[in-house]
Ligand binder design. Structure first.
Ligand code: 48H
Length: 261
């Protein structure tokens, strides 16, 4: 067989445009491919929903690859082992009852692989720069290539429609901050604004992450660190049970809403 460069180019262009065109109106648009976004996407797609996930960086996985301070192990508490089991991620007890460790490279790559195999369409190198609001509900996202954002080129974006959007952008809580800026005072937080992430307190943070995983503006949900940053929860360090359970919770909440539409 003779390898032809133009066949290669056409195959990639055609397949990518297929993917892009079939995701202009997903059921759920997830912003951020860290652990919470990946887990959310997996459970939504596994339930048969069309899910598009946008990740600014080339690689998916957010802050989980580096474990704690680049020691590439993560800690997961007993209460979240069911999620590791669901994904088939190995873990070991670490000596203290209720605490387990997992290899962060295995965990991150497996979450990514399982999300994609469940049907999540991942768009890496794509940044979400704005939202669509009609008139008091999020109805979609405004996207652009990350290299456009990084280079500061003046290139207009494209838009996708989705009845539900998940902000899984981590500490930066980027989508919620756009809404905060464009519709002042409208967030469903105590102050109507982003409350801001608090200093480390792992025990409180892990339970608050779940409480904070909810709708913050009609159609817009927060998960993972973005949930804590939005509602004023503390950070927790390199323990990831809360992130995994938060992704599962946001998926379940949105599935219920999708069923009742
Ligand atoms: C497209 C974007 C945009 C955008 C950001 O930070 P993440 O890993 O997020 P989580 O919440 O799933 O996990 C948090 C965890 O990694 C962590 O940081 C913990 C547990 N910290 C504890 C502590 O004490 O510090 O992933 C977010 C992803 C990243 O990959 C970003 O590149 C991406 O979102 N992203 N993608 N458009 N506007 N903003």
């Amino acid at each position: 067989m003779e390898i032809n460069e133009i066949v290669i180019s056409r195959a990639i262009v055609e397949r990518f445009f297929e993917k892009l065109l079939s995701n202009l109106e997903p059921d759920v648009a997830i912003v951020g491919g860290g652990p919470s976004g990946l887990v959310a996407g997996y459970y939504l797609a596994r339930a048969g929903r069309k899910v598009a996930l946008y990740e600014r960086k080339l690689s998916i996985g957010g802050g989980m690859w580096g474990g704690g301070m680049m020691f590439n192990e993560i800690v997961v508490q007993q209460g979240a082992l069911s999620v590791l089991d669901e994904f088939g991620i190995s873990y070991r007890p670490c000596g203290e009852e209720g605490y387990y460790t997992a290899d962060s490279v295995e965990a991150t790559s497996t979450l990514t692989s399982m999300a994609v195999k469940a049907g999540v369409s991942v768009f890496n190198c794509v940044s979400v720069e704005d939202v669509m609001i009609r008139p008091d509900r999020i109805v979609g996202l405004v996207i652009n290539w990350s290299p456009v954002e990084m280079s500061g080129l003046h290139v207009d974006p494209l838009a996708v429609r989705a009845p539900f959007v998940v902000d899984a952008t981590g500490h930066a809580v980027e989508v919620v901050r756009v809404v905060e800026k464009k519709v002042p005072g409208a967030l469903m937080t105590g102050s109507g604004k982003v409350e801001g992430e608090k200093s480390m307190w792992s025990n409180r943070a892990e339970s608050l992450t779940l409480e904070n995983t909810r709708e913050v503006y009609p159609g817009l949900y927060v998960t993972g660190m973005a949930a804590n940053a939005t509602f004023g929860g503390p950070r927790m360090g390199a323990i990831f049970g809360g992130m995994l359970l938060s992704g599962q919770k946001v998926a379940n909440d949105i599935l219920v809403k999708l069923e009742n539409r």
